[in-house]
Design a protein around this ligand. Structure first.
Ligand code: CAA
Length: 257
């Protein structure tokens, strides 16, 4: 089976998905998220696969949700479609998923990585939720998951400014499991995934389920609230200005000094 936005292969007992929209720095559009869910459905059913790796290119894991696809959306379309609702299926998978991140992991790209069970970062990785610069907020769980990982102060710093953190800061603050040389990223992630796939399948899946229990109730409520706020922001002129400015390659004018 071939995909428009992904490269998919099996390496021993590991399912490997490479995000593949190089002209848009792997920005995540509906086609990509649908294809990713189809592939992950297949991996869940395939008994020969014990662990999954999601990666991108050396330049970008993914530079966000696709702004060009989103810019013209109106509220209540976003609400009626439960826009971004399908993304969270990635976090609900039962087999473990490692995100192998090099280059930009921004906005929805960072959120996708945060839905995985852990992140291995290349030295050149940078992470951020820059949505505020587009006049919107993250909507795919980034606010909830980043805040749980790094705590309120660091999360506020990043979210309110839209700044990025490099791989070292991500390592220090618990965003990533470890940092490896950029050229060693895929090999390192595949090795970890293979080691996981070689363990008891039942024990591994039970571990994942138990760790996810740590904050499941509170997280679910937060995720729903974050997504609804994101959907509602499409009723604002700032969303049109912010996303429009990105597409027109100019600075947004939110009427502030
Ligand atoms: N959506 C759509 N297209 C994107 C994109 C995105 N998120 N990010 C990059 N691209 C496109 C650019 O428009 C450009 O296309 P053209 O060649 O057709 O102009 C191409 O990818 C290459 O990008 P740049 O020329 O901008 O590359 P750069 O190296 O100069 O800059 C970057 C890289 C800093 C990552 C810059 O592309 C950037 O800031 N991207 C947007 C990051 C962002 O704001 N992400 C959040 C999106 S909103 C979101 O994700 C909401 C949510 O919570 C789900």
């Amino acid at each position: 089976m071939t995909y428009q936005t992904l490269l998919v292969e099996q390496v021993a007992a590991v399912g490997l998905v490479t995000l593949n929209r190089p002209s848009a720095l792997n920005a995540i559009n509906s086609e990509l998220i649908d294809e990713l869910n189809t592939v992950l459905d297949g991996f869940e059913r395939d008994a020969s696969i014990g662990c999954v790796v999601i990666t991108g290119s050396t330049k970008a894991f993914a530079a966000g949700a696709d702004v060009k696809e989103m810019a013209g959306l109106q509220y209540p379309d976003t609400y009626l479609d439960d826009f971004l609702g399908r993304w969270d299926k990635v976090a609900q998978r039962r087999k473990p998923i490692i995100a192998a991140v090099a280059g930009h992991a921004l906005g929805g790209g960072f959120e996708l990585a945060l839905m995985c069970d852990f992140i291995i970062a290349a030295e050149n990785a940078n992470f951020g939720l820059p949505e505020v610069k587009l006049g919107v907020i993250p909507g795919a769980g980034g606010i909830q998951r980043l805040t749980r990982l790094v705590g309120r102060a660091k999360a506020m710093d990043m979210l309110l400014s839209g700044r990025t953190m490099n791989a070292q800061e991500a390592d220090r603050t618990g965003v990533v499991a470890r940092v490896v040389a950029t050229e060693a990223l895929l090999e390192s992630a595949l090795q970890s995934a293979q080691a996981i796939a070689a363990q008891s399948r039942t024990a591994v899946m039970m571990l994942k389920e138990c760790v996810n229990r740590v904050d499941e109730g509170a997280l679910g409520e937060g995720l729903r609230f974050e997504r609804r706020m994101f959907q509602a922001i499409f009723a604002t002129p700032d969303q049109k200005e912010g996303m429009g400015a990105f597409i027109e390659k100019r600075k947004p004018d939110f009427g502030r000094k």
